[in-house]
Design a protein around this ligand. Structure first.
Ligand SMILES: [Zn+2]
Length: 428
C-alpha cells in the first residue's frame, strides 16, 4: 500500500515536470523562433498564429504578407489602405508623393495589391485593372515613387481536345476551357461553320492556346495559337500568324487561306431566318406571287444591322416597298441591301465608307413588312443572288512574300497539335 502511494507521488511529479516544460515552451518558444529562425517567421501561415507581446517595441505583423483587394463601389484608395493594415504615416507619405492622384484614381472592379515587407512596411502598392498594367507605388530609401507599371507575365501553353456532346459550349467548359477562349474559337471558325445549325454531337476540336500567369496566378487568357475543328468528315484548321506586311495578327488555314471571308455570314446577330430566298413566294402583304429576292431575319425593332463587308454607301433613304433602305457597294461586282430599317446610322450618307461589321442602321418594319425584320439582299453583277448559298469571295490569303515563313510555321503547329493529341489520349 505504501509503495503504491509512493508510485502515485512519482507519477504526479512527472506530470508536473511535463506541464512545466510545456508552459516554458509556450512562453519562450515564440522568442526562440523569432531570434533564431527568421525563415519560419517569413512563413505567412505561421505568422498568423503569433500572439502580440506587449513588451515588444516592434509589433509583429499579423496577417498575410501581400493582399489583393477588389475595389467596390464607394471605395477610395485611402479607405482601402487604412482598412488593410497600412499605417497612416505611410498613407500620408503616399499622398505627398508626386503622382499620387494617378494612384488614387481607382474604379469599381480595379484591384489594389499591397505587398508588405517583414517589418510591416507597405513596400509596393499596385493599382491595376487586369493584373498586368497599372500604377505602382514603390517604397525605397525611406520614400515612395509612383509611376505607370507593366508586369511581364509568364505565358503558358495549353492544349485541349474536346468531343462535343450536346453543346459545344458545355463540352468545352467541361474541359476547363474558359468563355473567352470558346468565343475566340467560334469567331475564328465562324466564317466556315455555322455554330447554331451545323454542329452535331461527335464533332470535335483541338486547340492550342495561351494563358498568362504572374507569380503563379492566372491573369488572363491569351490567343489561340492553332486549332483544328472536325465537323463530320470535314476538317478546318486555323493557324495564328503575325504578318510583318500588314502588321496584324491573322488566322490562316494550312493552305494559307484567310479564315475570314470578305463577307460576314449574317447582317444581324442573334436573329433567326424568317423567310428564305424564294423566287415563287406568295407575298404576305401583297398576297400574290412575288419573288423573294433576299433573306429575312426576324429580330426586334432597334436591333443593330451591320454591313457584311467593307464598302461605300450607294443608296440611303426611302424606296417603295423596301421602306428605309441602305445599299452598300463592295466592289465592281458585289453589293448588299438592307431594308425595312427603323433608322439609319446618322453618320452615313451617300458615298460614306463603311467597315465590315459596322452598324449601318437598325431593324424596323418600314415599307411593306408585316413585322419587324431585316430584308437582306446580296447582288452579284447587279443581279439578285441567294445570300445563303452564294459562294462568298475570300479575304486576302497569306501574302506571297510571307508564304514560306507561314508554311514552315503552319507545319510546326500542326505537328505540335498531333503530338499533343496523341499524348492527351495516351494519358487518359
Ligand atoms: Zn424580305
Amino acid at each position: 500500500m505504501k509503495n503504491l502511494i509512493l508510485d502515485i507521488k512519482y507519477y504526479l511529479l512527472f506530470l508536473l515536470v511535463v506541464l512545466a516544460a510545456f508552459y516554458l515552451y509556450l512562453n519562450f518558444g515564440i522568442n526562440f523562433n523569432k531570434n533564431y529562425s527568421p525563415e519560419i517567421i517569413a512563413d505567412a501561415s505561421f505568422r498568423d498564429q503569433i500572439t502580440l507581446n506587449e513588451n515588444q517595441d516592434k509589433k509583429i505583423f499579423k496577417g498575410a504578407l501581400s493582399k489583393k483587394i477588389k475595389v467596390d463601389k464607394n471605395d477610395t484608395l485611402i479607405k482601402i489602405l487604412s482598412s488593410n493594415e497600412v499605417e497612416s504615416r505611410y498613407i500620408k507619405a503616399l499622398i505627398k508623393t508626386k503622382g499620387s492622384e494617378k494612384l488614387a484614381n481607382i474604379k469599381t472592379g480595379d484591384f489594389v495589391e499591397i505587398a508588405f515587407s517583414e517589418n510591416r512596411i507597405p513596400k509596393e502598392i499596385f493599382v491595376t485593372r487586369n493584373g498586368l498594367k497599372g500604377v505602382l507605388a514603390e517604397f525605397k530609401d525611406k520614400t515612395y515613387s509612383i509611376k505607370n507599371h507593366e508586369r511581364v507575365p509568364e505565358v503558358i501553353e495549353r492544349f485541349a481536345s474536346v468531343t462535343i456532346d450536346e453543346s459545344l459550349y458545355q463540352s468545352a467548359l467541361k474541359e476547363g476551357i474558359s468563355d473567352s477562349v470558346i468565343m475566340d474559337l467560334v469567331f475564328i471558325f465562324g466564317w466556315d461553320i455555322d455554330f447554331v445549325f451545323d454542329i452535331r454531337s461527335g464533332d470535335s476540336f483541338e486547340i492550342l492556346y495561351e494563358e498568362y500567369f504572374y507569380k503563379g496566378e492566372k491573369i488572363k487568357n491569351g490567343d489561340i495559337k492553332a486549332a483544328r475543328f472536325k465537323r463530320g468528315k470535314k476538317v478546318f484548321s486555323a493557324i495564328r500568324f503575325f504578318s510583318n506586311v500588314s502588321g496584324t495578327k491573322e488566322y490562316f488555314s494550312t493552305r494559307g487561306e484567310n479564315v475570314k471571308k470578305a463577307f460576314l455570314r449574317t447582317p444581324v446577330e442573334f436573329s433567326y431566318i424568317s423567310s428564305r430566298y424564294n423566287l415563287k413566294r406568295k407575298h404576305p402583304v401583297l398576297n400574290k406571287i412575288r419573288a423573294h429576292t433576299g433573306v429575312d431575319y426576324a429580330a426586334p425593332t432597334g436591333t443593330p444591322v451591320r454591313s457584311t463587308s467593307s464598302g461605300t454607301v450607294s443608296f440611303i433613304g426611302n424606296k417603295g416597298g423596301y421602306g428605309k433602305l441602305i445599299e452598300v457597294k463592295h466592289s465592281e461586282d458585289y453589293s448588299t441591301r438592307y431594308a425595312h430599317l427603323s433608322k439609319f446610322n446618322p453618320r452615313l450618307s451617300n458615298g460614306s465608307k463603311v467597315e465590315q461589321g459596322e452598324t449601318i442602321g437598325y431593324v424596323g418594319q418600314t415599307g411593306l413588312a408585316t413585322g419587324p425584320h431585316l430584308h437582306y439582299e446580296f447582288r452579284v453583277g447587279g443581279n439578285h443572288t441567294n445570300p445563303l448559298t452564294v459562294k462568298l469571295p475570300d479575304a486576302k490569303p497569306i501574302s506571297e512574300v510571307e508564304k514560306k515563313e507561314f508554311f514552315d510555321h503552319a507545319i510546326k503547329m500542326i505537328n505540335r497539335l498531333d503530338e499533343l493529341f496523341l499524348k492527351f489520349y495516351a494519358e487518359v
